[in-house]
Design a protein around this ligand. Structure first.
Ligand code: SF4
Length: 400
């Protein structure tokens, strides 16, 4: 039964009917959908919602996490980044063991299950002072330090690490795997245009799309449940968004390891080079989410609620089924101006829209059910936390 409203043009209608029957749009059809307006736009949103309902039901998930910004040094300098600092600059910081453990323990007390390690990409290749700092602590690289901290946090607190350290080799991923429930790297966008002078990834060696795709593929070979996604509104075209979503879908078809696809909207901030760059509109965000749902069908699609505080309920209607990591303790260090909604508020908004909010772990239920994706070190803790659905047992959920 097709749920599109009367009104969309014939071409749009036939693409939406097909997609609701499980046949994703072709590239050209997805380009068309990115341009629709009026009744066609709303028919697209309805179709995305019905596809999400078919595969995911009316349950929407989140992960209760602490955010651990291990170091905000980075060898890249993306035009939209508010996180990065140079050594000696106000706010430059690398967390020591005690600091990391203090955050993780406080998070555990608040019911968190995930430790999200987010950090700059290979700063030791750019900054001698930082390289010496690592060497003094006995580490040859940021990734070696990260691996040590992931193991320590898990062993001391039981929080499940999720590392997001930038571009990695397959060996790097294999080394991090034993103490990570999942890992992540945003593809961001597959367009090489964004590396040109004046574009956000100019002189950012780790933003070369080929390298990012290679990392995502290497995670697939290592059977790591993996998070990736796109960043919209940074100068890419609507077609390049589609190309990026298709590239993610293609890697997933080969390895089956992409546990979630994030669609994140650029937010302008006063302290970034792109301070006066226009933000993507709500309509663009909804359209991108809906097209992602049509293209990726049964995959998990996530949008962060704190980057559209007034409008995030509409994301549910555009086909998402996950809100990502939400912290009762630490701020979003990538978007520090954007507080997360209170969990109680999020639960109420979901209920008003007809959804049940459930807590998940850093590894999605689909991957908990596949032993090849679960590190044996972490398995006893994972098993202790989830019910038969693979989501966190209601009695283990933290307070709302
Ligand atoms: S967005 Fe990531 S890679 Fe780019 S400068 Fe910031 S920390 Fe570095």
């Amino acid at each position: 039964m097709v749920s599109v409203r009367v009104g969309p043009r014939r071409r749009t209608r036939s693409i939406l009917i097909k997609a609701q029957d499980g046949v994703p749009p072709t590239r050209e059809e997805a380009y068309h959908l990115m341009e629709v307006e009026g009744p066609d736009f709303w028919a697209l949103i309805d179709a995305a919602s019905s596809i999400r309902d078919r595969y995911k039901g009316r349950v929407v998930t989140y992960s209760r996490k602490v955010f651990i910004p291990l170091t905000n040094l980075c060898r890249d300098s993306c035009g939209y980044c508010t996180f990065v600092r140079r050594p000696g600059q106000l706010g430059a910081h690398t967390m020591g063991e005690d600091e990391v453990l203090a955050v993780a323990k406080a998070g555990r007390l608040l019911g968190c299950k995930e430790a999200l390690f987010s950090l700059g990409d290979k700063p030791e290749l750019k900054y001698l002072s930082y390289r010496r700092w690592l060497q003094d602590k006995g580490f040859g690289s940021t990734l070696a330090y990260l691996r040590h901290m992931c193991a320590l946090v898990f062993e001391r607190t039981g929080l499940l690490p999720h590392a997001n350290p930038g571009v990695m080799t397959e060996e790097d991923i294999a080394a991090l795997r034993p103490y990570n429930a999942s890992m992540g790297l945003m593809l961001e966008n597959i367009s090489y245009r964004l590396l040109r002078p004046g574009m956000p990834h100019h002189r950012c060696p780790d933003k070369v799309p080929r390298l990012r795709l290679a990392t995502i593929e290497a995670a697939g070979r290592q059977q790591v449940a993996f998070t990736t996604g796109i960043l919209i509104g940074i100068g890419e075209t609507a077609q390049e968004r589609v190309d990026s979503l298709l590239a993610i879908g293609e890697v997933h078809r080969r390895y089956g390891h992409i546990q979630e696809v994030i669609v994140q909207n650029f937010r302008a901030k006063p302290d970034i080079p792109m301070w006066n760059h226009p933000e993507p509109s709500l309509e663009e965000m909804l359209k991108t989410l809906a097209v992602a749902r049509l293209l990726l069908q049964d995959m998990n699609i996530q949008a962060p609620p704190n980057l559209a505080p007034r409008d995030y309920r509409l994301y549910l209607h555009a086909g998402i089924n996950d809100w990502g990591g939400i912290s009762p303790l630490t701020q979003d260090f990538i978007n520090p101006e954007a507080p997360w909604p209170q969990l109680r508020e999020l639960r109420e908004v979901c209920a008003q829209e007809g959804f049940q909010l459930r807590e998940r772990l850093a590894i999605y239920p689909e991957y908990i059910r596949k032993p090849e994706f679960v590190s044996q070190n972490l398995w006893p803790r994972i098993k202790e936390l989830v019910d038969e659905s693979g989501l966190v047992k209601p009695e283990a959920e933290g307070p709302y």
